[in-house]
Design a protein around this ligand. Structure first.
Ligand code: ATP
Ligand code: MG
Length: 260
């Protein structure tokens, strides 16, 4: 699943880390792929720079094997392929590569990946609709779109939807939207309520029932190099991501039943 929104700072990385940790807590085997040159997901999970010899860049563009690229984190069931700033040159380096949109797709579907038996692979995308995000959309079965409960939240969404449609028409026919998740929600704030009402009116069932509240524990946890679920297990933020994980797993069961 690609966690994407080209708008910056809307909660993509926070969602990737904590949804990943919540799924792992449910006994799911989870891999996070840090597809952002900022490397925030890697830092937030305690992968220090000196442990990033092999990165998403090598996994996509070099010839790093899954065994070289996948690292365990301190969270049971949760692994990561970390990123560094070298990923920022991918855009330019890939211009002349015919398979440039399929690099992540192909890397994830190589045989050695099966041995890990991951139940969920969450891809933390950069704040842009560049070739990296397109790689995530081509590789993924579904998209998770964090939407910050602020004014302008819905503005960039039509551009994102257009890109999803384009990817469906060209490279990944079955790309679904798993859901749009409202983040940094403040119950006492009229604006949050307005954004939620607008989102539910315009996007209907695409919006997760679970909303993620604005919660200081979620923003503190990365500086302690751990998910909020570890840092403060009972915080409102941790509880919300647990609820989101359960909602996602329930939705997945339904869509899998439809497929079979
Ligand atoms: P970028 O586009 O730069 O990759 P992003 O979409 O990944 O950003 P985050 O890094 O997850 O967004 O969040 C942006 C900032 O908001 C961070 O400082 C994060 O700690 C904080 N934040 C995210 N979600 C919440 C929340 N629910 N409550 C409080 N703070 C939050
Ligand atoms: Mg981020």
């Amino acid at each position: 699943m690609a966690v994407a929104n080209q708008k910056g700072g809307v909660g993509k990385t926070t969602t990737t880390i904590n949804l990943g940790a919540a799924l792992a807590e449910q006994g799911q085997k989870v891999l996070l792929i840090d597809l952002d040159p900022q490397g925030n997901a890697s830092t937030g999970l305690g992968i220090a720079l000196d442990r990033r010899d092999v990165t998403t860049y090598d996994f996509l563009i070099g010839d790093a094997s899954p065994a070289e690229a996948v690292q365990r984190t301190d969270v049971p069931n949760l692994s990561i392929i970390p990123a560094t700033t070298d990923l920022s040159s991918a855009d330019i380096e890939l211009i002349s590569n015919e398979k440039r949109s399929f690099l992540l797709h192909d890397a994830l579907r190589q045989l050695p990946m099966d041995a890990y038996g991951f139940d969920y692979i969450l891809i933390d995308c950069p704040p842009s609709l560049n070739i990296l995000t397109v790689n995530a959309m081509v590789a993924a079965h579904a998209m998770i779109v964090p939407l910050q409960s602020e004014f302008f939240a819905l503005e960039g969404l039509s551009q994102l939807m257009l890109t999803i449609r384009e990817v469906r028409q060209t490279a990944n026919k079955s790309l679904r939207i798993a859901g749009v998740v409202l983040t940094m929600y403040d119950r006492r704030n009229n604006l949050s309520q307005q954004v939620e009402a607008d989102a539910r009116e315009n996007l209907g069932g695409l919006v997760f029932t679970t909303v993620i509240p604005r919660n200081v524990r979620l923003s503190e946890a990365p500086s302690y190099a751990m998910p909020a679920l570890t840092y403060d297990s009972q915080s409102a933020g941790s509880q919300a991501y647990r609820k989101l994980a359960l909602e996602l797993m329930a939705k997945d069961k339904i869509s899998m039943r439809k497929v079979s």
